[in-house]
Design a protein around this ligand. Structure first.
Ligand SMILES: Cc1cc2nc3c(=O)[nH]c(=O)nc-3n(C[C@H](O)[C@H](O)[C@H](O)COP(=O)(O)OP(=O)(O)OC[C@H]3O[C@@H](n4cnc5c(N)ncnc54)[C@H](O)[C@@H]3O)c2cc1C
Length: 400
């Protein structure tokens, strides 16, 4: 693609300068000039220019659009490790199930590996109508090349309309390769997915511009529409053991399973700290904790509740807590049964990491703090009084 200003038509009105989100247009001698190092060809300047003085030219290759009517159904890449389906896949099936009701289509899981028969029922109970199953001994563990080749072939053959994948180490590596291969768009790290009821396209919401705004992204022209979602952002449906589904076994020429890399060994990471992503209760502290020593208060409280300790980025940046405890856009996404936010104001970058928690209890001395807008229960008060009082009471009630 290329962009150009048609000088004869440009009146120097500066509307395009205001419309450009990347600050890529300047006025030079009363005419618009585009800085190609900054321009991303996003096209925001085109409708802004009333004089049709800016032109984006698409190359021949990018103009060949797929026939979107030939694509149907929602697919979920079912991530497995050591033959066990990972919970992120069930979360995505839950979302796909919800979206499929709007599109009135089916949900299919794509499961690649070896000896996976014992996993199939659970996938169907969690919302899949079909499972595309590809099994071979050499596919037992994830490897970039064979998994990409297989997924690409399946997409070409069956043409899904939407493809969802976990924003995990495996998912990120796989799906970006698939997107390049089939020349489709990909929206990474979505925090919300919905369907445009009129146009029947996927609305993919994610933080943008450094987390300062939430952007809703669409892929109107290319198929499938592809998105990744982090673990714990979506909720799985309650498994329904009466659900029935179809298993579609696929196999490919062994050349497709070839990998230039060789898997030598899988070394389990040793968790030295409490894994906040898996905890049922999290007690998080923010800048309001004042100093590192005060996190002892939270640790005592967490100990009584059997909870993990989390924190805001402000507390991590201050050196009070290690990064592995940070909740939020640049930290972990969590979805515990109960989330205590203590001395945390509730900025959007923190909220995207914890707002799907079942119960949120906020303790803050500022009654106007944004955290109270998402809180199930709010305690307006000084945390240095509230937390010891809660710790004492829970100790009595829970007899700890
Ligand atoms: C690109 C980007 C990514 C980011 N990623 C993250 C992320 O992953 N996670 C994250 O958390 N932030 C993230 N941030 C930072 C975020 O914008 C906020 O700055 C941060 O969340 C604020 O942390 P806080 O709520 O602890 O601090 P503050 O906003 O300073 O809030 C402190 C709160 O404590 C309250 N308080 C003070 N004393 C007491 C007391 N004694 N008792 C009760 N309440 C008290 C105050 O009323 C206030 O509401 C990111 C920012 C950017 C730009």
């Amino acid at each position: 693609m290329s962009i150009q200003v048609i000088i004869e038509k440009c009146t120097g009105c500066t509307l395009c300068v205001k419309a450009c989100p990347f600050d890529a247009i300047r006025m030079m001698e009363k005419k618009a000039a585009i800085d190609l190092n900054r321009c991303t060809l996003c096209g925001a300047c085109i409708p802004a220019c009333k004089f049709k003085a800016i032109l984006i030219e698409k190359s021949q290759a990018t103009c060949i659009l797929p026939d979107s009517k030939a694509y149907k159904d929602i697919w979920v890449f079912i991530e497995q490790k050591k033959g066990k389906v990972q919970s992120v896949a069930y979360e995505l099936l839950g979302k796909a199930h919800e979206l499929a009701k709007v599109l009135q289509c089916q949900v299919s899981g794509v499961l690649i590996g070896h000896d996976l028969q014992d996993q199939l029922d659970e996938i169907i109970w969690h919302g899949a109508d079909n499972i595309y199953l590809v099994e071979a001994p050499e596919l037992a563990n994830f490897q970039d090349e064979p998994y990409t080749n297989i997924l690409v072939e399946l997409i070409k053959k069956h043409k899904p309309e939407i493809l969802l994948c976990g924003a995990t180490a495996i998912g990120r590596s796989l799906i970006s390769r698939v997107a390049i291969n089939i020349k489709a768009g990909l929206t990474a790290d979505c925090t919300g997915l919905d369907i445009d009821r009129e146009k029947k396209i996927l609305l993919q919401t994610r933080p943008a511009f450094g987390g300062n705004i939430m952007a809703t992204i669409i892929s109107p022209n290319y198929r499938p529409q592809m998105a990744t979602v982090r673990h714990k952002v979506m909720q799985p449906i309650t498994p329904d053991k009466h659900r029935k589904g179809k298993i579609i076994k696929e196999s490919f020429d062994s050349s497709l399973y070839f990998s230039r890399t060789k898997l030598l060994d899988i070394v389990e990471e040793v968790e030295t700290l409490v894994n906040i992503a898996e905890a049922d209760i999290i007690v998080s502290g923010g800048r309001g904790m004042g100093q590192q020593e005060n996190f002892k208060l939270l640790e005592n409280f967490a100990h009584v509740l059997g909870a993990a300790v989390g924190s805001s980025r402000a507390a991590v940046d201050s050196g009070w807590m290690p990064y592995s405890h940070q909740v939020g856009q640049t930290g972990r996404t969590v979805s515990p049964k109960i989330y205590f936010a203590c001395g945390i104001s509730g900025q959007i970058q923190h909220l995207v990491g914890m707002q799907s928690s079942k119960i949120i209890i906020a303790i803050n001395k500022d009654s106007e703090a944004p955290i109270f807008r998402v809180a199930t229960y709010g305690i307006v008060g000084d945390l240095f009084q509230v937390i010891p009082a809660l710790t004492k009471k829970f100790k009595e009630v829970l007899k700890r």
